[in-house]
Design a protein around this ligand. Structure first.
Ligand code: SAH
Ligand code: SF4
Ligand code: F3S
Length: 452
């Protein structure tokens, strides 16, 4: 007998994600929003029913990627149309927010544009497109409405998950587009976050990375420290991380929590951008280099093994050789476990783009190379110092080579060992035997084998 009902034909959804972890979270949530409409994820845009580019506007290069990718996707849309099919193209994320109108002008193949606080409206935008109501632009700033409208269930499969707790930025660093693309600082209610985290834990998630453009400005009751303490009580949740933090929002309660709460991992991404007070002031960072160094001291007093990570910009308008040297000096004092460094990119509409003394490309290149050499050296040193130590590793997935599993140390270093995939989801002590700048290798520690 034929089945009474047939499962609806799966529509194919392709999402490409650029930019920061908040975009990664948003892409997952977009898939959650679209699943009830019959969309299932596919890993190629070729032949997809819906293509979403979740874009980043932070530097010029990131923005340009959107347009070049759209050129390629348009060809696929034409090919599908020629074969009698249809493809809908949507641009989401920060480029959508910043230059929605321009996207639709430059690339008419785009059906609609949806900003980072509006993607809960995807079903409506798709319906409008299908009813040929023309191109649409959704660029609201109401983060609260979005979170209320998202489905409570998340389709996670891994042992680690991102969880957005805070959005937006009120800091207005003079180089940065984020306050304009993501809107004002907004903190989700504690109850909503706990409910989402419990759902994740029930699906096997063991590590949460709390996300926010200014995550340590989290303004729920008792701040981020209070939130971390509550999350740590959820059965199954063994590790908590958070990113990105602003030095101005690193309060005593959060520093103290690092000394007290085992679940809070000893890794902190704390961007400083520059080591020069004049540059920091021109960037409107709201802190001096010395303030940052003292902050790092206090954090390390609470948690002596804290691994630090940072972001740097070289060639900010007016940056002199001497000022750049001050950045190197700060790096030597902190000794980062890892870091991201960028050439200053003038962003339309930001105050710094109009400053005199824009630094030439060759000078930026040279400074970036010198800074990265130093950062790389420290990263290698940090990893090499782990050899001979036994570290608790949360195993996340099978490795590329057969028989290999990969996890992360408390300091966020990838750790590869030869062992059974049964370790995935466990926290197992690993004796580190070898290190490179990018990762560690080791073997299950002897005492752990005795237990196993
Ligand atoms: N909210 C986070 C991340 C912002 S974007 C924070 O405040 O740290 C991530 C990094 O990109 C920034 O820390 C900065 O180092 C870099 N960045 C931002 N705008 C930039 C620009 N116009 N040019 C070059 N790098 C930039
Ligand atoms: Fe951008 Fe500064 Fe806000 Fe970070 S704190 S998102 S760098 S404006
Ligand atoms: Fe990029 Fe927007 Fe994130 S500009 S870095 S995707 S907040």
């Amino acid at each position: 007998m034929p089945p009474m009902t047939q499962a609806p034909a799966k529509k194919r959804l392709y999402i490409k994600t650029y930019g920061c972890q908040m975009n990664v979270y948003d892409s997952e949530r977009m898939a959650d929003v679209l699943a009830p409409l019959g969309y299932g994820l596919t890993d190629t845009p070729d032949g997809a029913d819906l293509v979403v580019l979740n874009t980043c506007h932070i530097r010029e290069k990131a923005t340009e990627k959107t347009y070049s990718e759209l050129g390629r996707i348009k060809e696929l849309k034409l090919a599908k149309a020629a074969a009698g099919g249809a493809m809908t193209i949507a641009v989401a994320g920060c480029v959508a927010q910043a230059e929605g109108e321009e996207i639709m002008r430059r690339q008419p193949a785009v059906d609609f544009v949806v900003g980072p606080q509006s993607y809960h409206q995807l079903p409506e935008l798709i319906a409008r497109t299908h009813r040929a109501l023309g191109q649409r632009l959704a660029a609201d700033f109401a983060a609260e409405e979005k979170f209320d409208a998202l489905p409570p269930e998340r389709a996670v499969t891994g042992v680690t998950a991102f969880l957005t707790v805070q959005e937006g930025c009120d800091k207005f660093c003079t180089f940065c587009v984020v306050p304009y693309t993501r809107g004002a600082e907004y903190s989700r209610p504690v109850e909503a976050i706990l409910a989402e985290a419990e759902g994740l834990a029930a699906k096997g998630v063991r590590e949460l990375t709390l996300l926010g453009q200014n995550v340590n400005a989290y303004a729920g009751e008792r701040g981020l420290a209070g939130l971390a303490r509550q999350l740590a009580k959820i059965p199954g949740i063994a590790r908590i991380r958070y990113t990105t933090s602003h030095p101005r929002d690193m309060d005593d309660a959060l520093i103290a929590a690092h000394g007290e709460l085992d679940a809070l991992m000893p890794f902190l991404h704390l961007p400083v951008q520059s080591g020069s007070d004049r540059v920091l002031k021109a960037m409107n960072r709201g802190h001096a280099a010395d303030h940052y160094l003292r902050l790092v001291e206090r954090i390390r007093a609470a948690r002596p093994d804290m691994a630090l990570s940072g972001d740097f910009i070289v060639g900010f308008p007016g940056e002199t050789d001497r000022e750049f040297e001050q950045t190197l000096e700060l790096v030597r004092q902190v000794r980062y476990a890892q870091a991201f460094s960028f050439k200053y990119s003038a962003r339309p509409g930001t105050p710094a783009a109009a400053l005199p003394g824009q630094v030439s490309e060759p000078v930026k290149e040279e400074r970036l190379a010198r800074l990265q050499d130093l950062l790389n050296e420290h990263q290698s040193d940090f990893n090499l110092a782990q050899t001979g130590r036994t570290l608790p590793v949360l195993f996340e997935r099978a490795g590329r080579r057969p028989g290999q599993v990969v996890g992360r140390s408390p300091y966020l270093q990838p750790v590869h060992i030869e062992a059974s995939e049964r370790l995935i989801g466990t926290i197992t002590p690993v004796l580190i035997t070898h290190a490179t700048r990018g990762s560690l290798t080791g073997q299950i520690a002897q005492d752990a084998m005795a237990i196993a």
